[in-house]
Design a protein around this ligand. Structure first.
Ligand SMILES: [Zn+2]
Length: 252
């Protein structure tokens, strides 16, 4: 077997554990039967990134057929409506007076409901999802002052592609707001991977530690901060742009 290289810091990684393909984040009242397919997760001892290497060989069609299929909604019932509405409410409260000159991109937009709600509130919003807009050249989108990526990072099979996309799409001085639950204290070398968030059936195949996000930010010359264990910001300039100044001042 060839060595497994950490896509964040290039360290050689060890396999940590295998979980059943049907391991999900858990939905109350949903009984899950095992698929009988082991999914191995590797763990980087240097940066803490944890990932399932076999998904790097999957095509977008594989993901649509085997994970984001008709049954996906059973494992992630909030995906269709609740989460986009909640995310929109969050953004509208964070930026109550976002100028229309600010170009916003929702990266990993799924069914594009978030962007639709924001456009109804006069945001200059564009949707892009690598799995939905498969024929679209990303360099045709232009650059954006504000990029959001809700529930995206943990779903990405190719971290290098994600970072390359974001670098291409972010306008000078722009900011990226993204959600992903940090793995710090949840994943340990030589221990079983029992964390609920490590869930192939939900498409949770890339699990970030705070250190791994920090390394990615440094590589891109971005600053990195977190509002919570699940909501984070990359921003490229200090001082931040005027429309985001209030966020970064309160960021811990
Ligand atoms: Zn690493």
């Amino acid at each position: 077997m060839s060595p497994i290289i950490c896509p964040v810091c290039n360290e050689v990684c060890s396999l940590l554990d295998a979980v059943d393909f049907n391991k999900s984040c858990g939905v109350h009242g949903v009984q899950v039967t095992l698929a009988g397919i082991p999914i191995y997760y590797a763990h980087c001892a240097r940066c803490g990134f944890c990932f399932a290497p076999e998904f790097s060989a999957w095509s977008p069609e594989d993901f649509m057929t085997r994970i984001y299929n008709d049954e996906y909604i059973i494992f992630d019932p909030e995906y269709i409506e609740h989460r986009p509405r909640e995310s929109a409410a969050c953004l509208l409260s964070m930026f109550p007076k976002l100028p229309e000159s600010i170009r916003h991109l929702d990266y990993g937009s799924g069914n594009a409901l978030l962007g639709k709600i924001l456009r109804e509130s006069n945001w200059n919003s564009t949707d892009y999802d690598p799995l939905v807009n498969r024929g679209l050249r990303i360099d045709s989108l232009g650059r954006f002052d504000l990029i959001t990526a809700f529930e995206v990072f943990e779903h990405v099979p190719d971290i290098r592609k994600l970072i390359s996309d974001l670098r291409l799409l972010l306008a000078p001085g722009g900011i990226i707001l993204f959600s992903t639950l940090l793995s710090d204290g949840k994943i340990h070398a030589n221990q079983r991977l029992t964390w609920w968030y490590a869930a192939p059936r939900n498409g949770h195949i890339s699990l970030f530690s705070r250190n791994s996000l920090s390394i990615l930010a440094q590589e891109c010359h971005w600053n990195f901060g977190s509002f919570s264990d699940a909501f984070h910001i990359f921003f490229s300039s200090i001082p931040p742009p005027p429309y985001a100044d209030h966020l970064i001042r309160t960021n811990r």
